[in-house]
Design a protein around this ligand. Structure first.
Ligand code: HEC
Length: 117
């Protein structure tokens, strides 16, 4: 009887391990598809731009800080987006969003401009 119970416990643990394994591999799949298929402009900013633009790293114009942007705003959305796409001095090309489309980059730049007074 004791042996039988141990065997049941063994099977039970095996099932738990199997379920954990399955649920982990499911979890690994979902974030990838969520990010590449439907990401909002705000999410892109947070993931690919905020690191430098929230604090003005290396002279980066700061989010919601009109003074730090100075004359940059006058360049217009298209020139600004071009500079984001191809890089400008310490500003790396495409920020940290290597797979962003032109439309996404433009939307993020607009999002940053909208944060200004
Ligand atoms: C590694 C830091 C870093 C990251 C990440 C980064 N930037 Fe920048 N960004 C800078 C710096 C530094 C400048 C100022 C460059 C200069 O004028 O010398 C800048 C400038 C800019 C400008 C002004 C360009 C101009 O023509 O004056 C825009 C717009 C901009 N960044 C948008 C973005 C966007 C959008 C992202 C994310 C997709 C991003 N940046 C990610 C550092 C960064």
């Amino acid at each position: 009887m004791v042996i039988f119970q141990d065997y049941k416990l063994f099977k039970f643990l095996g099932l738990i391990t199997f379920l954990l394994f399955v649920s982990c591999s499911e979890e690994n799949k979902s974030p990838v598809s969520t990010i590449s298929e439907s990401r909002t402009t705000e999410e892109i900013y947070t993931q690919a731009c905020a690191f430098c633009h929230d604090r003005g790293m290396a002279g980066a114009p700061i989010f919601a800080n009109t003074y730090s942007w100075g004359q940059r705003v006058d360049k217009g959305i298209d020139t600004l987006t071009y500079n984001v796409k191809y890089g400008l001095n310490a500003m790396p090309a495409m920020g940290l969003c290597a797979d962003c489309t032109d439309e996404e980059l433009k939307a993020v730049v607009q999002y940053m401009l909208d944060s200004l007074d």
